[in-house]
Design a protein around this ligand. Structure first.
Ligand code: SF4
Length: 232
């Protein structure tokens, strides 16, 4: 089971916290939880987190999110069945929260998808602000990119992705919620750092796998066996 000194839920064989099959009102015993379980390593944070949930606006947001989660399933005679793709979840959740104005921060490579998403959201009554990553038309040289590091070639103009300005525009547009659509790794990190409004992710970028990075893990026993080794 290992006795790592840091939380490692991804390696947990017991999932004691899920308490599957347990009765309502009867919490699980931590005896079976591994030594690296955060419930054992950092017991104090749970109280601190619950104190946050006790703030009325946080509690209500968390409640609505869990109601939305519940509504994504239907209970049929043969068991639970999933029923909503993320886009419908997004619409339902935004309505639950009373949001009227949504802000899409998208990659230039997903401009078509941003248009489709805008159309769907507008048809469902939302006002939709959108900002693509290349806004500002700042050349990549401005952040120290060398000519031989430009994708389109050394002689060609190449606009940098500008997630900080995307976040600033989204913040200034007074949207109720920001929606990230296909920003690159690292650019997404910056966007999250500078975005001041509630933020959700509609899709992450994976240029090879149709923006579904999990596909490489799912095919890890076959086409992506190389993931078992060290990636260069
Ligand atoms: S919280 Fe503890 S019991 Fe739950 S998955 Fe993590 S290590 Fe396992």
């Amino acid at each position: 089971m290992g006795d790592k000194r840091y939380p490692a839920c991804a390696r947990c064989p017991t999932k004691t916290c899920e308490n599957r099959g347990g009765k309502a009102g009867e919490p699980p015993s931590l005896e079976k939880a591994p030594a690296f379980c955060p419930m054992k390593l950092m017991p104090d944070v749970y109280g601190a987190a619950m104190a946050e949930y006790d703030k009325p606006e946080v509690k209500e947001f968390a409640r609505l999110a869990s109601v939305q989660e519940f509504q994504c399933y239907e209970r049929l005679p043969d068991g639970l069945r999933t029923r909503l793709p993320r886009i419908e979840e997004l619409i339902q959740f935004a309505r639950k929260c009373g949001y009227k104005r949504l802000g899409i921060a998208h990659c230039g490579g997903l401009a078509h998808e941003a248009g489709l998403l805008t159309e769907v959201l507008e048809k469902n009554g939302f006002e939709v602000v959108s900002v693509q990553c290349k806004t500002g038309a700042v050349p990549k040289e401005r952040i120290g990119i060398k000519v031989d590091e430009k994708i389109a070639g050394p002689e060609t103009w190449e606009t940098m992705c500008n997630p900080i300005v995307q976040a600033m525009i989204i913040n200034r547009s007074k949207v109720d919620m920001a929606i990230m659509l296909g920003l690159c790794i690292g650019h997404d990190t910056l966007f999250i750092k500078y975005c001041d409004v509630p933020l959700t992710v509609f899709a992450v970028k994976d240029r090879v796998l149709g923006h579904n990075p999990l596909a490489a893990l799912y095919a890890g026993e076959t086409y992506y066996k190389r993931l078992r080794g060290k990636i260069e």
